[in-house]
Write a protein that binds this ligand. Structure first.
Ligand code: NAD
Length: 304
């Protein structure tokens, strides 16, 4: 262990949490971990983490606890439910790396603050590759002193972390803004690419041109080359999680009373994919639905 090694709790060792935990271990910190999936726990334990039986047990031993969990409901359960973090006595800082929306961040803060716990929301962007490389974009909100206390730890998992504001939930709202843009641009990109393929354009050529023209985006730079053109559909972010983010974002927009014509249409596409069995599939597989409807494939090895 290094001289400034800390004891850190980490709950949720999935596609994002697994590599983030691995980077904290590699930075020399002592990790106390928990996940409901024994395979995820075994993977972290093999790298040197200590497995504990519940979130409460983690919060009883670790002064700083990170969570990276799939949905707002799970985050609430892990933080405030029976056997949850709220029952631990050592935790002083809690940071949520998941995408859960501002409302749940505020509910968790209301439950943990009376126990003397500083609550930070610290959602991330950059995908599994960013988590593995330690280059995630992290948008943190909450008490600045607590933020500074965990900034060394955040440096192990992200680059250019920004403290968005003192108010719990601001980081979550910014993350929803980001993902609403990403989800809507991806829906539009997929539709346009299917149109081009149906018109007879070579998808690889189409991608090469758009990727250096004004239509480029994260979708063309990251989703397209391998996941779509090579038919791997393996970016590492499940479509149901992107749909969750779009729904959370539009619920916040509804509460704020802002107009969301374009993003609402994109949401319907994600809802449709979900209703037609895309649950569990990668977000890049959204294009397959459009390919079926359009009758053309956006593949580097064209078959149509
Ligand atoms: P995931 O489903 O791969 O991982 C979630 C982990 O939480 C799993 O290992 C699961 O077993 C565990 N878990 C579920 N319920 C639990 C409980 N009650 N107690 C303890 N552990 C529990 O999801 P992910 O892709 O790693 O995403 C995690 C969060 O990060 C989500 O909120 C997602 O929206 C967000 N996110 C994901 C990506 C991405 O590219 N995958 C990028 C940015 C943000």
């Amino acid at each position: 262990m290094t001289a400034n090694a800390l004891t850190v709790g980490f709950i949720g060792l999935g596609a994002m949490g697994g590599p983030m935990a691995e980077r904290l271990l590699a930075a020399g910190h002592r990790l106390l971990v928990h996940d409901v999936d024994p395979a995820m726990v075994a993977r972290a334990a093999a790298l040197g983490a200590t497995a504990l039986p519940s979130p409460a047990a983690v919060a009883d031993a670790a002064p700083v606890v990170f969570v990276s969990l799939p949905t707002p409901e799970v985050v609430k359960q892990v933080a405030l439910g029976a056997g949850g973090l709220v029952e631990g006595s050592a935790m002083r800082v809690y940071a949520d790396l998941s995408t859960t929306g501002a409302r749940v961040a505020q509910e968790v803060a209301a439950g943990l603050s009376p126990k003397g716990v500083a609550v930070l929301d610290a959602p991330v962007s950059g995908g599994v590759a960013g988590a593995q490389a330690g280059t995630l974009s992290i948008m943190v909100s909450g008490d600045r002193v607590a933020f500074e206390r965990v900034s060394d730890l955040l440096q192990a998992i992200g680059k250019g972390t920004i403290h968005v504001g003192e108010q719990v939930g601001q980081g979550q709202t910014l993350k929803l803004v980001n993902n609403l843009i990403a989800a809507t641009v991806w829906a539009a990109t997929a539709e346009a690419m299917v149109m081009g393929a149906k018109a007879g354009l070579d998808p690889a050529v189409m991608h090469a041109v758009v990727a250096r023209s004004s239509g480029r985006s994260f979708s063309t730079e990251v989703f397209m080359p391998e996941a779509v053109l090579e038919r791997r559909f393996d970016f590492g972010f499940r479509l149901e999680l992107m749909r969750k983010d779009v729904r959370l974002a539009l619920a916040e927009a509804e509460a704020l009373g802002t107009t969301m014509l374009t993003c609402t249409t994109a949401k319907q596409l994600y809802d449709h994919a979900h209703a037609h069995g895309a649950e569990g599939q990668d977000v890049t597989a959204l294009i397959r639905l459009l390919e079926t409807w359009g009758g053309a494939e956006v593949s580097a090895q064209r078959r149509d």
